[in-house]
Design a protein around this ligand. Structure first.
Ligand code: 6PG
Length: 256
């Protein structure tokens, strides 16, 4: 596994990426629990995290976590029922929540049964704010936020040129579909919340991500066009765990 000067680690393939990300999450969990007694983790949607969640649920060796101290949230959600195959909750449930010993009271899912995506976003914002018991208007600082990278440069459900990118006074907002499937309305944490995190871990795999990853990491990307480039936590750290296929268009390390 190679490393680089912008917190990027290149893994041989998806299996190593899953193992390394499960390890990073478990280690961060142990450190947060040791220092603060709890660990707040925001789950990413999409397909890349599937194997990572399975390894965390198995909890073998260095992947083990004290789930009694963990609180799980969702970085974004599709506005579909939780048993819909497109639901990010369903992905988490099938791989992690139905296997790991975490009680449902410690999982804050987006309620997609409400009347509109906007109502879901407001409800989710209120519940997250209540969890952090902070004065209104204070951003929640999650211990770790997992994010993916879309082929179009989106992350969470912050799509290029979307109005959601301009929302800075809410914890979560809603968005119409982006150009990538599934074509359903979304609920998403806002960019200021992503940037209030103590740590952000991007998981990126596959050759289809090579061009957009190189653009986002170039330092020249326009955030409106590539929202993932806007994830720069003020006091936190961004790490990238990618596989070789996704890293294929990155500049080689200075030492080759
Ligand atoms: C979603 C995700 C989205 C995802 C990226 C990457 O709801 O689709 O939150 O941001 O992380 O699109 O998706 P893949 O992991 O499937 O490539």
């Amino acid at each position: 596994m190679a490393t680089s000067n912008y917190g990027l680690k290149v893994c041989a393939g998806p299996e190593e990426l899953a193992a390394k990300s499960a390890l990073a999450i478990a280690r961060t969990a142990a450190e947060c629990i040791r220092h603060r007694g709890t660990f707040t983790l925001v789950l990413a949607g999409g397909s890349t995290p599937r194997r990572t969640y399975e390894l965390l649920a198995q909890g073998e060796g260095e992947h083990s976590i004290d789930w009694s101290r963990v609180f799980l949230f969702f970085g974004d959600e599709r506005f579909v029922p939780h048993d819909d195959p497109r639901s990010n909750y369903k992905l988490a449930h099938d791989t992690l929540l139905s296997v790991a010993p975490i009680v449902s009271e410690q999982v804050l899912a987006v309620d997609t049964s409400l009347s509109t995506p906007a109502a879901s976003a407001d409800d989710y914002s209120d519940r997250v704010a209540r969890f952090f018991a902070q004065p209104r208007g204070t951003l929640p600082a999650f211990d770790m936020i997992l994010l993916g990278l879309g082929d179009d440069g989106h992350t969470a459900s912050l799509f290029p040129q979307a109005d959601a990118l301009k929302v800075h006074d809410q914890i979560a907002t809603w968005s119409p579909p982006g150009v990538l499937p599934p074509p359903v309305d979304r609920i998403t944490l806002t960019m200021p919340v992503l940037n209030a995190a103590h740590q952000v871990l991007f998981l990126v795999a596959g050759a289809s991500k090579a061009g957009v990853l190189a653009e986002v990491l170039s330092g020249n990307a326009n955030v409106a066009e590539h929202p993932a480039a806007g994830v720069r936590p003020k006091a936190g750290r961004v790490s990238w765990l990618v596989d070789q296929a996704a890293a294929s268009q990155l500049p080689s390390e200075p030492n080759g």
